[in-house]
Design a protein around this ligand. Structure first.
Ligand SMILES: [Zn+2]
Ligand SMILES: [Zn+2]
Length: 897
């Protein structure tokens, strides 16, 4: 059965599904639309058509049906005071980032606040009954409508009226009564103006009949009587029926104000300010007919550009009026709407990025910037944020706290977009044909090129209406993880000793032993979970390899002879490993809160991993961490350690914990159980966490951040160690720096030695040169320099094999001597550490007969190495020091014979 069929089925039994006391009491008539046949209830005997097809559709624009005027802020005050007067609890909005559901990034309806997924079932948890909530909801499917249609927003306030029919709450009759009285008594709308339309609403695995209520064609709310679960063809009654009335606050304001668009009365003073700033005539008489016609046409055509075209045609607006008034107004509405959504999302901890829900936020900011560029509007985003928060805080005072954070994130993200424009320009210039919707998605996903940018660059004239829908589908929900299934039917829950006395040794009974897995009746072994690695240890003689939790049953994977079912067995936990893991786990919480205080409110745990001797925490942050960030985080973390703060563990009912501590508790993700374990470090860090923790922060001893890295857009990894591992890390770093210091000292000494030698060479070279010139034929020695003087016509030879001289000395002396005697060959042969080196100079004349290069090549070979150079200067060497004598003998032969 589809939705239409089930509605027809319900409408065939109006007494059962739709009739309420109010209709009897007030004398409502049930009618069928003479165009679409849908059933509706009205007090207006002349009405023959449903609100979608009625003649008075959108006639409130320019002519509101109420005496009083309420803007967005005032409209909520009216709604809230009405419901509070009627025994409802008014609760604060829930975050727009849906931390309590794995399958949603953002809160899309007020009922989502109270839905908790447990296994495959959705259960409802209400903090009060009955209640009313001004829930900000984010929806990205209709982005191309925003700013254009007069009534589509990327975020809006859903007035949530919820009730469980029991001794405190109510069912249909009371619900519709209240809604009718809200419209007539509180808002002063005439009874005849209100039409109820029969419908069905389904979502989150449950559904029920519903009555949508309209005034002059504008749907203000939908009261859903949720009473079935399953799909539309195969369903059964819910254990707990629920009233799920959702109404659009923006529409309540709009109907009383009758402004051309809902945007004009819902954003506060910013709208008028920007309109003035852009120099648009906002009082133009064309606005009311234009936007009334847009609203009506929207029902008639699927394609938005068609709606716009028809509207322009039927209202007779000139191109000039469109480009001077309508187009810039649409841009301004879009900019304000998108910034408002970003304010809520960033305040609640979401960051623009290229992954997950962050995608939608990035595209919104890029739309804002492109729109400003395209329309040549120069607005100050900080100012828009300020004026909007000033207005919104009347309803949502919490936004004041994150004012600066919102500005910071938007300014960083704006800078990034500006710097990526050049790259986008290049990509766009290579496009050779008009891109399809698939191309547009690929261009955005892989290159960050938005369709707005393409429109600005005139590559496309319109953004296809399916683009944002498709993009939102791709990034709407998170993927569910699959888990291995085990044959565990009939096995009772495992008693978890690590939440109690937490013994390191215990006895347990084997409930089931299969393949290489074993299930015990009780266990002190911690199962892998929440990023904490499993314990090691022994079950009987078997070593534990892995431990996983399936529902409430712990399954141990072991190695060795498998124990038998029913056997009593003694178990030992690897205490040292557990101790290390536990310290690292508490440190994760400490670093998380420290990073948040140092960096900003947008820091959330993205994921974590805790092993015995190392751990890591991935946090949401816009940029890589600087050395200074790391230093500050580490310092703050260690000051929390030093303060010796007790780590408290308490169990709460999930709803109570959420109300008491807020949604910050879900750092580690969704908690799929009714009772949550709250781990708190004073009031610095309060998280729902199932892991093992030290009793006091001082037990952590010390925390050292070993490395940080930006692992994806918007996520930074912090690697760290704590306890003994931190001390070991510090010791090692100390040693490293000491050995570095030693190395440095050696280098320093070496340098000094070279300076000394250079000085020595300078002083000695003239002395030796002088001796040489005085030397008659024969052999003489001066300071280990052997001088061989020959008869004229033969080579003069001078050499040294002393290790007291180095390369600097030999090069200097050889050069000087050969200059003085062009028939001289000079050779220095000396040991240098592990090596033995040779340096040869040949004077200008002798070099033609005796090449320095040749001598060095020959000698180096003898020394087991290599070398070379020119005929006048060469150097080389080897490692075989035992060949030193052979080597010099060879040089003599080559020079003198
Ligand atoms: Zn109709
Ligand atoms: Zn934890």
């Amino acid at each position: 059965m589809n939705k239409k069929e089930i509605r027809e089925k319900f409408s065939a039994e109006p007494q059962r599904y739709y009739n309420v006391n109010l209709f009897e009491d007030q004398g409502f008539e049930r009618k069928s639309c003479n165009i679409c046949n849908r059933f509706f209830w009205t007090l207006d005997s002349e009405k023959g058509k449903c609100p979608d097809h009625s003649d008075d559709t959108y006639s409130f624009i320019g002519d509101p049906p109420t005496a009083k005027r309420f803007d967005y802020t005032q409209a909520w005050k009216e709604v809230e005071s009405f419901f509070v007067k009627n025994n409802h609890t008014s609760i604060n909005r829930y975050p727009v980032v849906c931390r309590w559901r794995d399958d949603l990034y953002f809160t899309i309806a007020s009922i989502v606040d109270f839905q908790r997924v447990m296994g495959s079932k959705v259960v409802f948890e209400f903090p009060a009954n009955p209640l009313v909530v001004p829930q900000t909801c984010l929806r990205f499917k209709d982005l191309e409508n925003v700013g254009v249609t007069g009534r589509h927003f990327s975020s809006f306030c859903m007035i949530g009226q919820h009730s469980i029919p029991n001794e405190n709450g109510y069912w249909k009759d009371e619900c519709v009564n209240l809604d009718f009285n809200l419209l007539t008594q509180q808002f002063g709308i005439a009874k005849k103006e209100i039409t109820f339309v029969e419908d069905v609403w389904e979502g989150g695995g449950s559904f029920g009949s519903s009555l949508e209520y309209f005034v002059r064609g504008l749907e203000l709310g939908n009261a859903v009587f949720t009473e079935f679960q399953g799909d539309l063809s195969n369903y059964k009654t819910l254990d707990q029926r629920i009233i799920d009335m959702g109404a659009g606050l923006e529409r309540f304001a709009w109907i009383t104000m009758g402004t051309p668009t809902a945007y004009d009365c819902c954003f506060g003073p910013i709208t008028e300010k920007l309109i003035q700033n852009a120099g648009i005539d906002a009082n133009s008489s064309v606005l009311v007919p234009y936007f009334t016609e847009i609203a009506r046409n929207l029902e008639l055509y699927d394609d938005l550009s068609q709606v716009r075209k028809n509207t322009i045609k039927s209202t007779g607006l000139s191109d000039e009026q469109i480009s001077r008034i309508i187009t810039p107004l649409e841009g301004i509405y879009l900019i304000i709407d998108h910034i408002r959504t970003l304010i809520f999302a960033i305040s609640d901890g979401a960051l623009p990025s290229n992954v997950g829900g962050g995608y939608n936020l990035r595209i919104m900011l890029r739309r804002v910037i492109s729109t400003m560029d395209r329309l040549k509007l120069k607005f100050d985003l900080d100012e828009i944020i300020d004026i909007q928060i000033d207005y919104l805080k009347n309803t949502y005072p919490e936004l004041e706290k994150t004012r600066q954070d919102v500005k910071e994130i938007i300014s960083i993200e704006t800078g990034r977009y500006d710097s990526s424009k050049q790259r986008m320009q290049k990509i766009v210039s290579k496009l050779d044909q008009k891109p399809s919707v698939e191309d547009l998605i690929r261009l955005y996903e892989s290159d960050g090129v938005t369709p707005e940018y393409l429109k600005e660059m005139k590559v496309i004239s319109e953004i296809p209406s399916t683009f944002y829908g498709k993009l939102a589908d791709l990034h709407q929900s998170k993927k569910q993880r699959e888990q291995e299934s085990f044959p565990l039917e009939g096995i009772p829950d495992t008693e978890l000793l690590f939440y109690g006395d937490d013994p390191r040794e215990f006895d347990a009974k084997v409930l089931k032993s299969f393949e290489n897995f074993v299930v015990l009746d009780r266990t002190a072994f911690y199962a892998r979970g929440g990023g904490q690695e499993p314990d090691h240890g022994k079950i009987g003689d078997c070593d534990i390899i892995d431990i996983t939790k399936h529902g409430n049953i712990v399954v141990h994977k072991i190695k060795g002879d498998m124990p038998k079912d029913g056997e009593m067995i003694s178990c030992v936990v690897d205490a040292k490993r557990r101790d290390g893991i536990t310290k690292n786990h508490t440190s994760t919480h400490i670093i998380n809160t420290s990073a948040r205080s140092v960096l900003g409110s947008w820091v959330w745990q993205h994921s974590a991993f805790k092993e015995e001797d190392h751990a890591r925490l991935d946090i949401t942050h816009h940029s890589a961490l600087t050395d200074n960030d790391v230093k500050k985080i580490e310092h703050l973390a260690n000051s929390i350690v030093e303060k010796s703060i007790p780590v408290k563990i308490e169990n709460f009912d999930r709803g109570t914990a959420e109300q008491k501590y807020g949604f910050r508790i879900y750092q580690g993700g969704v908690v799929p159980v009714k009772s949550v374990r709250i781990v708190s470090i004073g009031d610095l860090d309060i998280e729902a966490c199932g892991g093992t923790h030290v009793a006091n922060t001082s037990d952590v001893e010390e925390i050292k951040i070993t490395r940080t890295k930006r692992i994806q857009d918007g996520v930074v990894r912090i690697e760290f160690v704590s306890g003994e591992s931190a001390k070991e890390f510090v010791r090692k770093r100390q040693q490293d720096s000491e050995s570095k210091e030693r190395e440095g000292k050696l280098k320093e000494q070496e340098k000094e030695k070279r300076v000394e030698r250079r000085q020595l060479a300078k002083e000695r070279i003239p002395i030796i040169a002088k001796s040489l010139s005085e030397c008659k034929e024969g052999v003489s020695t001066i300071e280990d320099i052997i001088i061989v003087s020959t008869e004229s016509g033969k080579a003069n030879f001078c050499y040294s094999t002393s290790n007291d001289y180095d390369d600097v000395f030999h090069i200097g002396l050889g050069e000087a001597l050969c200059k003085a005697d062009p028939r001289l060959v000079y050779c220095g042969l000396f040991e240098d550490g592990e090596k033995i080196r040779v340096i040869v100079h040949a004077g200008d004349d002798i070099s033609k007969e005796k090449s320095a290069g040749e001598i060095v090549r020959n000698v180096s070979q003898i020394l087991g190495g290599s070398g070379g150079g020119s005929s006048k200067f060469a150097q080389g060497g080897g490692t075989d020091k035992s060949k030193k004598e052979d080597a010099i003998k060879n040089v003599k032969i080559m020079v003198l014979e």
